[in-house]
Design a protein around this ligand. Structure first.
Ligand code: SF4
Ligand code: SF4
Length: 350
């Protein structure tokens, strides 16, 4: 499965679900958004196997996106979840920091996990490179491609003119041609990066202009099984009740999907964006995600009448059609570094 196929579904409400299988990671990247160490939290595997076991052929996400921390610290679990998901038609991608690239060969349990998934993504950036040398990354990526698995790179940079990004992308193209599509996101002050990186420019601007958040389309299962409306790491740390959808130990996919689709507050965030929603509720709208997390969950009932109006439903369908029509590349222009959005289409099958 090509990266572009996954990204094209990124605007679909409940089109996918992300699961953080562990917060642990053997690497120590300076910008790590999850502040991962080998002592970080890790929930029992049964929570995740139970949840994926509730996928049904007629009610399932198209994509199961596994990440961490380092998801491949639990290769047997990755293999089991991908296998369960495939039985009902859901395809699986896994994101890894490639800690095992430092070894001379890929460990057999990780190879079995690689063979079980439909897409293999590797994160890499200037902070990652001291942990995993570039030649080891390329060698391991090549070995995974040789097994017939589609791969991609998830890069982080300090903007369109980041010199590290330019050099690295050039190296990837020289080595692999068009065979490795890439997602390029902007460095953000989450996790360990918050200790040394300034807040996002414009995050504090007080504007109520509509700016829909497509990140609220796919629910995210966190390290302890808590299910959130998006993958913002601050949501898992602060747990604002209006952005929580349930728990993987007790709720099944049909319930989580229905809550994702029907919540008036989430529908407003996806349609108007958090600032405009806050303004409609008469609340402060300082920041983007900050405004979203500060929303008063009780005031959400005030949104129900507005969101249930026929005109709002029509607008919602129109905006959703526009977002879907833009596909994954347009999604990345809004949520990644726009200049590099086209790299996600490299090698896309005709
Ligand atoms: S590989 Fe990912 S999870 Fe691991 S330390 Fe680096 S950024 Fe964090
Ligand atoms: S605006 Fe809200 S739903 Fe969207 S990413 Fe930020 S916290 Fe999550």
């Amino acid at each position: 499965m090509h990266l572009a196929e996954i990204l094209d579904m990124r605007n679909d409400i409940g089109g996918g679900v992300s699961i953080g299988l562990t917060r642990r990671c053997p690497l120590s990247c300076a910008h790590c958004s999850t502040r991962s160490t080998m002592e970080s939290e890790e929930a029992p595997a049964e929570i995740f196997t139970r949840f994926v076991g509730t996928f049904r052929r007629d009610d399932r996400p198209e994509i199961l996106a596994l990440s961490g921390g380092e998801a491949l610290l639990r290769p047997d679990l990755v293999q089991a979840l991908a296998s369960t998901a495939r039985k009902v038609g859901t395809r699986t991608s896994v994101l890894s920091g490639l800690f095992f690239a430092r070894a001379d060969r890929i460990p057999p349990p990780i190879l079995r996990a690689v063979d079980a998934v439909d897409h293999f993504s590797t994160s890499f950036d200037v902070f990652h490179e001291p942990e995993v040398p570039r030649d080891r990354l390329f060698r391991t990526l090549g070995a995974i491609m040789d097994r017939g698995v589609d791969v991609s790179l998830h890069l982080v940079g300090q903007g369109a003119d980041d010199p590290w990004l330019g050099t690295f992308i050039g190296d990837v193209r020289r080595r692999f041609g068009d065979a490795v599509p890439m997602v390029v996101n902007a460095l953000a002050p989450f996790g360990r990066a918050r200790d040394w990186l300034a807040p996002l420019e414009g995050e504090g601007a007080d504007t109520a202009a509509a700016n829909p958040c497509a990140m609220a389309a796919w629910p995210v299962v966190g390290f302890d099984g808590t299910v959130s409306a998006c993958g913002n790491d601050d949501v898992f740390d602060r747990r604002p009740p209006h952005l929580l959808l349930g728990h993987a130990a007790t709720d099944g996919w049909p319930t989580i999907r229905a809550r994702t689709e029907r919540s008036a507050l989430l529908r407003a965030i996806r349609l108007f964006g958090p600032r405009a929603t806050a303004r409609r509720l008469g609340q402060g709208c300082d920041g983007y995600c900050a405004a979203c997390m500060a929303l008063d969950a009780n005031a959400a009932t005030d949104l129900s009448a507005l969101m249930d109006r026929p005109a709002t439903r029509v607008l919602e369908r129109g905006v959703q059609a526009l977002l879907r029509g833009g596909g994954g590349e347009a999604f990345l222009r809004r949520h990644g570094i726009p200049r590099f959005a086209g790299l996600s289409q490299l090698g896309r099958p005709a």
